[in-house]
Design a protein around this ligand. Sequence first.
Ligand code: S3P
Length: 169
Amino acid sequence: MKNIVLIGFMGVGKGTIARAFCAHTHCVGVDTDDLIESMENRSIKEIFASDGEAYFRAKEQEIALWLSKHVKDTLVSTGGGFFMCESLKKIGTVVYLKSSFEGILKRILTHQNAEQKLAKRPLFADKEKAKALFEKRAPLYEKKADIVLHVEGKSVAQIVKELEKKLKR
Ligand code: S3P
């Protein structure tokens, strides 16, 4: 199996889908935010607050290069801005989890840990700014994607099945 790389906006469900897909297919999953947090021994929120976004983006580039060189047969879930990394396409098949901004907001706000979900995402602190970022990125995610998967209004099980089907084609 080639690596699979899940991209998409913050809160679209990349981590949730990744875990369900791995459980279903018995493959191994890694998450780029988790890798950065363990590399740095601090949270994304702390990295942004102490060293700023540019520093975080540089870490993403490092992780992307490392993944492209050393990792195979793995499902890679990513942070919402990871799609900008130079080595992205070298990692594996890029799957864009697509939803409207309203769909994402609804997903986050109806979650039982909504406050926690928002608090750990510095770029979601201001909803207007987050929406503007979404509008800017939406066409760029599509451009990078080998596969576009519409996730809005679908159950996790349904999305996992569709992903499996699309990857087999
Ligand atoms: C970011 C998304 C976050 C995290 C960081 C930056 C972004 O990941 O990588 O806060 O630029 O969209 P999630 O997509 O998992 O929230």
